[in-house]
Design a protein around this ligand. Structure first.
Ligand code: ADP
Length: 168
């Protein structure tokens, strides 16, 4: 039987940190679905750079040709999505100790909502523990280069938006 994991997050935009987690998780799972989740807390901070459609398109470009990685959108509860899509596990990445508390809470409430689905954590990749979409957005907005931390399609999209003055 195929083991399917979902990897939910904002992915605004997808970074090398996310990609590393996805690639390593393919050693454990047959299929990983990157789920762009509409997170109320984050969107209320007006921190969004890319629309959900743009984020999905960037994930598609990065994993073009990789049949075991898919991408989808979730507008409701991740655990409801998991229930209706035959999901075995929810994949999350851990960077620093500071990630632990919120991830611990999230995993606990998710288990209350759907006890059939396990949350599986993977440690951040080598030299990627400081990479988050949020930090990269700050660096790029002030003119710093983030090229080393994002895949090429994301770098091109960020550059284009910066040139058009669309990014604060
Ligand atoms: P962020 O905006 O913090 O980069 P997302 O909401 O897109 O985060 O993250 C989705 C998941 O990916 C979370 O579990 C997050 O901890 C994880 N993640 C993000 N960046 C990394 C990284 N560099 N290494 C490991 N896990 C990461």
């Amino acid at each position: 039987m195929k083991r399917r994991a979902i990897y939910p997050g904002s992915f605004d935009p997808i970074t090398n940190g996310h990609i590393d987690i996805i690639r390593r998780s393919l050693k454990v799972f047959d299929e990983v679905v990157v789920v762009v989740a509409m997170n109320l807390r984050k969107s209320s901070q007006k921190s969004g750079w890319f629309s959900p459609e743009e984020r999905i398109e960037l994930v598609r470009k990065v994993f073009r040709g990789e049949k075991r990685v898919r991408v989808d959108l979730c507008e409701g509860l991740i655990m409801d999505y998991a229930r209706s899509h035959k999901v075995d596990a929810v994949l999350r990445g851990l960077r620093a100790a500071s990630d632990f508390e919120s991830e611990f809470m999230m995993a606990a409430i998710n288990r209350e909502l759907n006890e059939k689905v396990e949350t599986v954590f993977m440690m951040t990749g080598k030299n990627l523990f400081f990479v988050s979409s949020t930090v990269l957005k700050e660096v790029a907005a002030f003119g710093g280069s983030i090229q080393a931390y994002v895949p090429r399609p994301v770098w091109l999209a960020v550059k284009k938006k910066l040139q058009l003055g669309e990014l604060r």
